[in-house]
Write a protein that binds this ligand. Structure first.
Ligand SMILES: Cc1ncc(COP(=O)(O)O)c(C=O)c1O
Length: 409
């Protein structure tokens, strides 16, 4: 019998096609290749941290909001916003359309909110009229939305939900962890009072930073609290006092040294600086278009493999694809085969869809033929190894034809 060829042998790590952390652009990796510097040194503040957070405002599409970065991950951004705004007993409506809606609900409960869940069937569209009625009924202080539900590969209408929040005088908290810098997330235009994300997804920076933009309305709500938030590090109001110059509504005289409520990791900030520079050089419209085409191409490949998407076609995400595994095939076995034999790591579904769905991220630099085509090729081969046959090369050809006609090049 012929030996089984391991195409990935010799590769010391798989290519990351999971929905984050994602592959890093080379300049981002290189930016970290530096000796340590002092995080409270003014040189770091003035020349690296401040320009990076100011440039991030363009990525967040906010002129009014303040972007803060802190060590942590997406969850840190969610929790810092929740704990800074919520006082025990405050009413919060949480839209739960997947695993990350569940996470938001748990965080809100932990900080003492009186949570009203607005359930949405996983992978199904959101009924805006029903949401409007529910917000009218509950009259919450806060309405939360996961813009891109990474667990189901679904994108929800940030603008329309933001408008509902505004209509009912609620603050709007937006989880853009798997969408910011990949999908067109408009912080100011949608009225997102806290727009919360992590570094390791569409921003294509290393895991380790939480990012949150805070609107003037959110600051006012924090100022109106009866009691201070029960945290030193994660109280955003405290960040404002320590961190934001007087000219932008803070307490630090312009040009004076600022204090960090938590020590900011210098290497991760350097990486973020490089990542943001690349994003702005590419231009946001180009970047969104690139993700849209890559998403479409990946879906065309799935279709050629006769694989069914998990979400309703009207809400498919351009940064994460979630699709059903064929009958008789175990999702975990596909992940293992793709990683071990073909050197590409994709993800299983989450929670009760763990064994029946797979998830692939096409975000940051992986939203490109360079990554999408080999992933489809490996998926086809891995499924063939596991007994699911499809026409050789059909998935790659289908995706290729989308890339080939995507622009006028
Ligand atoms: C939509 C969404 N929200 C929150 C999180 C949690 O972020 P992190 O893993 O960076 O803490 C994730 C992570 O995948 C996510 O996709």
């Amino acid at each position: 019998m012929e030996p089984v060829i391991r195409w990935a042998s010799g590769n010391n790590r798989p290519i990351l096609m999971i929905p984050g952390p994602t592959e890093l652009p080379w300049p981002v990796i290189q930016a970290m290749n530096q000796p340590p510097m002092i995080q409270y040194d003014q040189n770091f503040d003035l020349n690296i941290l401040e320009p990076t957070t100011l440039a991030l405002r363009q990525v967040f599409q906010t002129a009014d909001g303040e972007v803060l970065i802190m060590p942590g991950s997406g969850r840190t951004a969610l929790e810092t916003s929740a704990i800074s705004l919520v006082e025990p007993g405050d009413r919060v409506v949480v839209i739960v359309a997947g695993q990350f809606g569940v996470l938001m609900r748990e965080i809100m409960s932990r900080v003492g909110a009186q949570v009203t869940e607005f359930p949405v069937e996983w992978g199904q569209p959101l009924d805006l009229a029903r949401l409007d009625r529910e917000v009218e009924r509950v009259k919450p202080k806060i309405l939360t939305l996961v813009h891109n539900e990474t667990s189901t590969g679904s994108t929800y209408p940030g603008e329309a939900v933001g408008a509902i929040a505004r209509r009912h005088a609620a603050l709007f908290l937006l989880d853009s962890v798997s969408s910011l810098a990949g999908l067109d997330v408009r912080t100011d235009a949608w009225g997102a009072d806290c727009n919360m994300t992590g570094s390791q997804k569409c921003l294509a920076a290393p895991l380790g930073m939480a990012l949150v933009s805070v609107s003037p309305r959110a600051w006012q709500a924090m100022e109106r609290r009866a009691h201070k938030a029960g945290t030193w590090v994660y109280d955003l109001l405290h960040w404002r006092e320590f961190w934001i110059p007087v000219s932008r509504g803070g307490k630090i005289p312009d040009g004076a040294p600022r204090r960090q409520p938590i020590s900011i990791p210098t290497h991760l900030t350097l990486a973020m600086q490089a990542a943001v520079r690349l994003i702005l050089e590419e231009g946001l419209p180009n970047r969104f278009q690139r993700h849209a085409v890559a998403g479409r191409a990946f879906r065309a490949g799935l279709d050629a493999l006769r694989l069914e998407l998990f979400p309703d076609p009207s809400i498919v995400s351009n940064t994460v694809s979630c699709f059903k595994v064929p009958n008789g095939v175990e999702a975990g076995a596909v992940v293992k085969q793709m990683r071990d034999r073909y050197g590409i790591l994709i993800g299983t579904g989450l929670d009760r869809f763990r064994s029946s769905t797979l998830r692939v991220g096409h975000m940051g630099i992986t939203a490109s033929p360079l990554y999408v085509l080999p992933t489809l090729s490996a998926l086809e081969l891995a499924l063939r190894d596991l007994g699911y046959k499809s026409e050789a090369g059909a998935a790659v050809a289908a995706a290729q034809s989308i890339f080939a006609t995507a622009d006028g090049a």
